[in-house]
Design a protein around this ligand. Structure first.
Ligand code: BDP
Length: 694
């Protein structure tokens, strides 16, 4: 088992009793109606049964409901009598929702749309995979967020920006004629977790993607994904009119530019009638944008919004806008730029905001734009690929980090104004809602490099469907569906998952440290990174370590980025004695001998946390070792070997960071912290072994 089947393993039932129990529901199934999506439902049930029953049982399908125990049927087609019995609750099922209902000994999977039926079928199969009792099933679900997207940062040459699982799965050369089975399995996996959109190209875009040759390829993918409820989106390079048609400008106020985008958009819709819209990275890290013409982000976004509006498309405009001219603090820029524009965007624009104000660090406070733009829909951007979290070889459960962000309180409308309520639209009454995850998928057989990084893809989908979903349950379901229902296995592995994020933060960036990774490729420690063209791309800019202390003062005495948050936060985060230690050095600059709430001084606390992180990684490894024999050997060993990397890299982070910071603290390592394996010089030179990155 190489992991290719993800969480859709449909592993054989463990014994006859379990098999007999579910058999009745899987043997005879009625599917009312006809459509490509209903065909997919049928196929999925066959795949599942083949797995569950080891090829021994195949479902029989009928169009009529009759005696079958499982019904898959649109709500409008339900027999009147049953409609009556189900009552008004039936009308609570919305466009993409479904209702899984046990009714007089049958299981009824009903929905308004065929996509709802597909989601309902996956929910039914999940109930079986996780060994739920079916008799009392009563699950009515509607997605809380409308646009649930993966963002691929895939390039035309098939490299993937910040991709750690091989090359891009989009084989541009073979498209549009060859639709690889992997595309179909990709669509199945996404549909099984409710993802309904995919932006297939890098945000650092290439205008070529908008040319007929590539539109034809995108169309082929769109056609393949449509019956799975997945729409295609494309990234728009802001100066595409200049690149593709030699226009003298890309100024959004220039009528010729506006006409160009309108024509281009019409052309895209002629290939893909249900094209979702554009995703744009502008005025950031060298990407062209409205700033080049003295225009605002709203000017740029609105021009594209007007082009897609006649076709029902949207524009996802990223808030990751910053430049090298940051006077004091890079992390202030997005808020300073976007907040004054609140209410000036067209209603088919949604601003896509990263979870934190810097850039996908192992831990950041939530982005202050959440809660600050009541008149402009904001969507969340999470990074599923682990650029800053050990890339593909560290096991870290990202859902834990995402929950921390989603459940953070913005106080925008008083206590309880969580980020999740901002993005599900309920707080400000947004008409458009969305969430995006930067995909961690590549050509590796197991899709994601680390077997357990599949869990991040899975959890992203689940949180996109419901940002308040319980992440313990998500982890547990994923383990059962992916590996085994063995009680010990699930309990032990779940504990590893749920503790993994804090462990990683401890061995990488404890106490609110951030951006201390190696330059450019971002793999491994680099607290010494300094100089070069851009200060805001160095580590020293962020930690500011000296003999006096360490940390970035973001209070009123410093950059005052803290003022971008609600005043309630000032009370705790603004006070170095009250702030949770997790964020201390993010907001404060403190002396090495400062006494902390733990009773330790800063230096001792930092050293102990690094040590704790390493011990945590070793604990994860030793817990995992006990899992041998409980799952297939192939995946067990794959994960075991990655643990060797994770533990040694945790030690590398601890040793090199402590040696580096010790130059400033000038204090000895406290008891309990292991002596570094090498001297600082070794770690400084070590970086030379890496090719400066993509
Ligand atoms: C940073 C990545 C860079 C991306 C950028 C972005 O290092 O490769 O292009 O984010 O989100 O995290 O645009």
């Amino acid at each position: 088992n190489d992991g290719y089947k993800l969480w859709l393993q449909y592993l054989p039932f463990e014994n006859k009793a379990v098999s007999d129990y579910y058999r009745d529901y899987l043997e005879n199934i009625s599917i009312s109606g006809e459509s490509p999506t209903l065909d997919i439902i049928q196929k999925e049930l066959i795949i599942a049964s083949k797995g569950f029953f080891d090829q021994q049982v195949l479902p029989e399908f009928s169009k009529t409901t009759d005696s079958n125990l499982t019904w898959i049927i649109r709500s409008e087609d339900l027999p009147e009598e049953i409609k009556g019995k189900l009552g008004t609750k039936l009308s609570e099922v919305k466009e993409e929702g479904y209702w899984l209902k046990s009714y007089q000994g049958k299981i009824i999977i009903t929905a308004k749309t065929d996509i709802g039926l597909l989601y309902g079928t996956f929910a039914f199969l999940k109930a079986i995979q996780t060994r739920e009792k079916l008799e009392n099933l009563d699950r009515l679900e509607n997605p809380k967020i409308q646009k649930r997207l993966l963002n691929h940062w895939d390039n035309l040459n098939r490299t993937v920006e910040r991709g750690y699982a091989g090359f891009s799965i989009w084989n541009w050369h073979r498209l549009p004629n060859h639709i690889d089975q992997q595309y179909i399995d990709y669509a199945r996996a996404n549909a099984s977790i409710g993802i309904n959109g995919t932006s297939i190209f890098n945000v650092n875009s290439n205008a070529l993607i908008l040319t007929p040759e590539y539109l034809e390829k995108a169309k082929a993918l769109a056609d393949a994904f449509r019956p799975y409820g997945i729409k295609i989106y494309l990234t728009a390079r802001f100066n595409a009119p200049m690149i593709l048609d030699s226009l003298p400008t890309a100024d959004p106020q220039d009528p010729a530019v506006q006409v160009w985008w309108k024509k281009k958009t019409k052309e895209i819709y002629s290939y893909i009638p249900d094209f979702g819209g554009f995703l744009v990275k502008a005025d950031s890290e060298g990407q062209p944008g409205p700033h080049n013409y003295g225009r605002t982000q709203a000017d740029g976004a609105n021009m594209l919004a007007d082009a897609v509006r006649p076709f029902g498309g949207i524009v996802m405009w990223r808030a990751f806008v910053y430049n090298e001219k940051t006077p004091t603090d890079r992390i202030r820029q997005a808020y300073d730029e976007f907040k004054p524009l609140d209410g000036t965007f067209r209603d088919n624009v949604i601003v896509q905001v990263k979870n934190g104000p810097l850039d996908f660090q192992p831990r950041e406070p939530f982005h202050p734009l959440f809660g600050a733009m009541p008149k402009t829909p904001l969507m969340m951007e999470f990074q599923i690929t682990k650029e800053y979290l050990g890339q593909e070889t560290h096991w870290v459960n990202l859902a834990t980090m995402w929950r921390e962000i989603l459940q953070s309180d913005t106080y925008a409308k008083g206590k309880g104004s969580t980020v999740s309520k901002v993005i599900d639209g309920s707080l400000h009454g947004y008409k458009l809602t969305g969430i995006a995850g930067v995909a961690n998928i590549g050509t590796d057989r197991n899709w994601t490099g680390h077997q357990t990084a599949q869990a991040d893809w899975y959890a992203f989908g689940k949180l996109a469907w419901n940002p308040d979903a319980n992440i313990d349950e998500i982890a547990e379901d994923w383990l059962k569906m992916t590996f085994s229902n063995d009680v010990d296995f699930v309990a032990t592995s779940k504990e590893i998952m749920l503790r993994s994020h804090e462990i990683l933060v401890n061995y990488m960036t404890p106490l609110g440290l951030h951006h201390i990774m190696a330059r450019s490729h971002h793999w491994g420690p680099g607290p010494w990174v300094t100089g070069g063209g851009r200060e805001d791309w160095t580590a020293t800019y962020y930690h500011k370590a000296s003999e006096e202390g360490i940390g970035f003062d973001r209070t009123e005495k410093g950059s005052n980025a803290l003022a971008q948050y609600a005043p309630e936060w000032k009370k705790t985060w603004g006070d170095a004695d009250k702030i949770p230690l997790e964020y201390l050095l993010w907001f404060h600059r403190v002396s090495w001998d400062k006494k902390l709430s733990t009773g330790n001084n800063l230096w001792t606390e930092m050293a102990l946390r690094y040590q704790k992180g390493v011990e945590g990684a070793r604990w994860m490894q030793s817990q995992w070792a006990k899992m041998e024999g409980k799952i297939d050997q192939e995946r067990y060993e794959h994960i075991s070997s990655f643990f060797k990397i994770q533990v040694s890299e945790a030690e590398w982070w601890r040793d090199s960071c402590l040696l580096y910071f010790q130059q400033f603290s000038k204090m000895t390592l406290p008891p309990g912290v292991e002596k570094p394996k090498h001297d600082l010089k070794y770690y400084l030179n070590f970086k030379r072994n890496f090719v400066p990155g993509i």
